[in-house]
Design a binder for this molecule. Structure first.
Ligand code: TRP
Length: 329
């Protein structure tokens, strides 16, 4: 079976956009591939978080992914910093990663521009650590967002280069699995674009009922349709897209007909949408709380994941050391 691995940046809480994007595709993949998922806490150090910050964000994202349906018996989920052989591969790969090519990575250049006071070596070698994450397990496929494509190209370059330098056919070039090609784009509530944390227009899986309602009732609308069966302008289409994700077909058709007949009242639509989003999120929210309150269970799941991942990485590293010329004396 093909191996799939992906890293999750521990940045804040999951919102509906994350759910219908990365999270849902991970949950589908765990049934069809040999999957492993990990929380990239080493990578998060590039921004210098506080110790409390790391602890909290790692624990939160672990609880949220589990609550969404990652099944640790099917797909081990682990914390990057628990799997030490990856660090060794990171060092080896860094020896053949060149300053010029690392400096040319768009996300590095962007960071160097926006945070000139913190252009650290970890930021520069972000792509080699990411390559080590995946190559350590000789994974076939990596589900990633569009923004990760250049890092994926670097990963394949490092794999090829290693093979060429040591004249071996050892690493395979991991393919990107672009879930965003298939995923529904979840719109924001501010009338444009997509739901995102930085856009400030997101509904989080952990939002309570009152918060969901407040956010939905504030969603941007217009003064209503002026022609029968007219095309919906973006803010209105966005509300219908959200309906299509969380409501029943009947509910969708009901409001769609009302829109087409020009009898729609956006207040009613929003009330229904808020109710259906809450019904969708409530069971996930309860599971998040349950995991958050069960430190022991989280620790057990993370440990089980770390053991599987360490075994897999250590197997690769034993061979890598030998290829490079380190011998076990
Ligand atoms: N760079 C990824 C992101 O920002 C996270 C990540 C780290 C990752 N290591 C990885 C993703 C390995 C896939 C494979 O989202």
């Amino acid at each position: 079976m093909e191996k799939v691995i992906s890293g999750i940046r521990p940045t804040g809480n999951l919102h509906l956009g994350n759910y219908f994007g990365a999270v849902k595709s991970f949950i589908e993949m765990q049934n069809n591939y040999e999957c492993m998922f990990f929380i990239a806490d080493w990578h998060s150090l590039t921004t210098h978080p506080t110790p409390e910050n790391i602890r909290r964000s790692v624990r939160t994202i672990l609880a949220e992914y589990l609550a969404c349906g990652i099944d640790p018996d099917k797909a081990p989920i682990y914390i990057q910093s628990d799997v030490k052989p990856v660090l060794e591969l990171y060092l080896f790969l860094n020896m053949n990663a060149y300053l010029g090519e690392l400096e040319r990575v768009t996300s590095f250049k962007e960071k160097a521009r926006t945070q000139p006071d913190n252009v650290n070596a970890g930021l520069l070698t972000y792509p080699t650590l990411m390559a080590a994450d995946v190559l350590a397990h000789k994974a076939d496929k990596v589900p990633v967002g569009k923004d990760q494509e250049q890092n994926m190209e670097m990963m394949r370059l490092f794999a090829r280069r290693f093979n060429r330098i040591y004249n071996v056919d050892f690493f395979k070039e991991p393919a990107s699995f672009h879930f965003y090609d298939k995923a529904v784009k979840v719109p924001g509530l501010d009338g444009s674009g997509k739901m995102g944390k930085s856009e400030g227009n997101a509904i989080y899986l952990c939002d309570d009922e009152a918060t969901i309602k407040k956010k939905v009732m504030r969603a941007v609308t217009d003064s209503g349709p002026t022609k029968l069966n007219q095309e919906k302008p973006e803010p209105i289409q966005n509300l219908f897209t959200l309906l299509s994700l969380v409501s029943s077909q009947d509910t969708y058709d009901y409001f769609n007909d009302q829109y087409n007949q020009m009898t729609i009242r956006y207040g009613d639509l929003k009330k229904q949408l808020a109710q259906d989003i809450n019904a969708f999120c409530a069971p996930i929210r309860e599971r998040i709380t349950a995991y958050q309150n069960d430190e022991e269970q989280l620790a057990r799941i993370a440990k089980q994941g770390a053991e599987k991942a360490t075994e897999s990485a250590e197997k690769t590293l034993r061979q890598v050391r030998e290829i490079i010329g380190f011998r076990p004396y």
